[in-house]
Write a protein that binds this ligand. Structure first.
Ligand SMILES: Cc1ncc(COP(=O)(O)O)c(C=O)c1O
Length: 366
């Protein structure tokens, strides 16, 4: 059997009629930018999350960047985040002119450790940027408390966590901003690039609307130094349709995760761990194994694709050498990066494929 890490062509097969209709309807309509489908999707996404405003942008990288700009980040301001994330979390901070400051992660959840945040706050710290990695919510109670006590802004990186909840409240609705990615393979993915910022602040939402469109208040009247970062109509129409499937897809991810959790529990593997009052949406199913290379090669011979998210923490990436971190600065992050591996999990993964993956992993340990 050949099992891909993800396969979006399966989604198209299932919803061919709807997807084809969306494309032809938008093409026939002739409006491609900042029009009715975007407005509709923004409204529906804000309602889904329980947020007052949602503003569509080009990607999550741009969402994070524009959020930093909107709250007035200045050169050399510091933004506290993690090195155990996708590179774009940090690209956004870097491109906004701020300095990323990395803190270590918790041993069990692999998310930002609130205790370590406190030690890294300086007079230059302006923003906390927690990342709900793999779909697992960060400890937002403690993070918001620190932000409140130290007068810091919070921008949540929700690129991997559409629909995830911390104590019954959707992630993205705790901070000043929640930033979402609709990269195709995400829990809610476009058929191309797209992103979104959500906020409860009318003023910040207005600012993002200006920033994403050259600072235009009206056509050709620029009142703020802006940029171009828009979510186009075809992607918005796809996303509006796919949003109606998100809960069902997240449930399917959870079912698969549950099977992995139950059936791999007796093996010498460290399985994902998260507080029971959190709703994890399993964008990725990340396990820890001691002989990772052998494990991945074995699964590859069995026809199963695996990926490492992420093999090199950002503080050890060549592009970020200028930040002057060294090996051993973030021991939990660095240890994790050597052991983690993601096994396939996506809504269209079939039961027989899940069974085969479990059987193959058991075979490796026999
Ligand atoms: C944690 C995280 N942040 C940010 C991004 C950037 O998202 P986009 O590709 O939409 O710019 C990603 C995407 O991979 C991500 O996983």
């Amino acid at each position: 059997m050949k099992i891909p890490f993800g396969d979006l062509s399966r989604q198209y097969k299932k919803y061919k009629k709807e997807f084809d209709h969306i494309v032809s309807e938008v093409l026939a309509n002739g409006s491609f930018i900042l029009s009715e489908h975007l407005l509709s999707f923004e409204t529906n996404f804000a309602n889904y999350l329980g947020s007052k405003f949602a503003v569509g942008v080009g990607s999550a990288t741009e969402a994070l960047f524009l959020a930093l700009k909107a709250i007035g980040i200045k050169d050399k301001d510091e933004v506290i985040t993690v090195a155990n994330t996708a590179v774009p979390t940090v690209s956004a901070i870097d491109f906004a002119g701020a300095t990323p400051v990395f803190v270590d992660i918790k041993k069990d959840t692999y998310n930002i450790d609130p205790e370590s945040i406190k030690n890294r706050i300086t007079s230059k710290t302006k923003v906390l940027m927690p990342v709900h990695l793999y779909g697992n919510p960060c400890d937002m109670g403690k993070i918001m408390q620190i932000a409140h006590d130290c007068n810091l802004k919070v921008i949540e990186d929700c690129a991997q966590a559409h629909g995830a909840e911390y104590k019954g409240k959707k992630v993205g609705t705790f901070g000043d901003f929640g930033a979402f990615s609709f990269y195709p393979s995400k829990n809610l993915g476009a058929n191309g690039d797209a992103g979104m910022l959500v906020t409860d602040s009318e003023e910040l939402a207005k600012k993002i609307k200006l920033l994403r469109n050259y600072g235009f208040e009206d056509r050709y009247k620029s009142i703020l130094r802006g940029f171009n970062s828009r979510l186009d109509e075809i992607q918005a129409a796809f996303l509006d349709f796919k949003l109606t499937k998100l809960d069902e897809w997240n449930l399917r991810r959870k079912q698969i995760a549950k099977r992995y959790m139950n059936e791999l529990s007796k093996l010498p593997i460290i399985l994902p761990s998260y507080p029971s009052d959190n709703k994890h949406v399993f964008h990725l199913f990340v396990i820890r194994v001691s002989q990772r290379k052998k494990f991945m090669n074995f699964l590859s011979r069995e026809g199963i694709s695996t990926i490492i998210h992420y093999p090199v923490p950002i503080h050890l990436q060549p592009a970020y050498e200028y930040l002057n971190y060294e090996k051993k600065d973030l021991p939990v992050t660095e240890k994790l990066a050597k052991e983690i591996v993601s096994i396939p999990i996506f809504p269209d993964l079939e039961d027989r494929e899940v069974e085969y993956i479990i059987k193959s992993i058991k075979k490796f340990y026999n």
